[in-house]
Design a protein around this ligand. Structure first.
Ligand SMILES: C[C@@H](N)C(=O)N[C@H](C)C(=O)O
Ligand code: ZN
Length: 215
């Protein structure tokens, strides 16, 4: 088997694109840039609210945005390319079992030592550039985009976030299905444990983990 390679570099690789250049209508809210995430702090490697993806995935997202818009929605993006140093930060957080400050909000029913693997990857597809975490948003009465109800929040590490989870309403299930259908039509496959996590098929990089800073 080839040895996975972490790619330390300062430049954005030539085949990675900033989604804002292709899909300016998408609402980009990079979750690990600030402290409003499961770590509870800004995560290493995120210095700008920018979504980078390998160009095949980036171009496919244009189709998803168009199809979402035709139904009155827009894309609301939580994470895209993830530097390996951010994953390393996640692992440091996961290894500190005394820090449970975010448990109530992000993993109320699981012990912290159960998160790595199924809910947080030690070597993540996000670092290969073909993976994105996102939802759909609709306009509220004031004309502002708001994420629609998916039955669990982004990064709720819990069986309720699994695809096909029991215990959510028919409307919430329909919303998840709509997102999956829109993404699947553009070549993205959902991750069975997390309704928000999709990888464009086939991933262009299979054994490279990029580490340039999001800036
Ligand atoms: C941490 C969460 N948003 C996520 O992306 N989980 C998968 C398993 C990953 O880390 O690749
Ligand atoms: Zn993800």
């Amino acid at each position: 088997l080839p040895t996975p390679v972490t790619q330390p570099q300062s430049e954005v690789p030539a085949d990675f694109l900033d989604i804002a250049t292709l899909v300016p209508q998408a609402q980009v809210r990079m979750a690990y840039l600030g402290s409003n995430n499961f770590v509870g702090t800004k995560v290493d490697g995120y210095e700008a609210n920018k979504c980078y993806l390998q160009q095949s995935a980036a171009q496919a997202l244009v189709q998803v945005q168009q199809a979402a818009e035709a139904k009155g929605y827009t894309l609301w993006i939580f994470d895209c390319y993830r530097p390996q140093r951010a994953v390393n930060h996640f692992m440091r957080w996961a290894g500190d079992l005394n820090d449970t400050a975010t448990k109530a909000r992000y993993y109320p029913n699981l012990d912290k030592d159960k998160l790595v693997g199924e809910y947080i990857a030690e070597k993540s597809g996000h670092s290969r550039g073909s993976t994105i975490d996102l939802t759909l948003a609709a306009k509220d009465n004031s004309g502002n985009w708001r994420p629609i109800d998916m039955g669990s929040a982004f990064d709720m590490f819990d069986p309720i976030s699994n695809v096909g989870a029991a215990g959510i309403s028919a409307a919430q299930q329909a919303n998840r299905q709509l997102l999956e259908d829109l993404m699947q039509a553009a070549g993205f496959k959902v991750y069975s444990m997390e309704w928000w996590h999709f990888t464009h098929q086939p991933p262009v990089y299979t054994d490279r983990y990029f580490d340039f800073i999001v800036q």
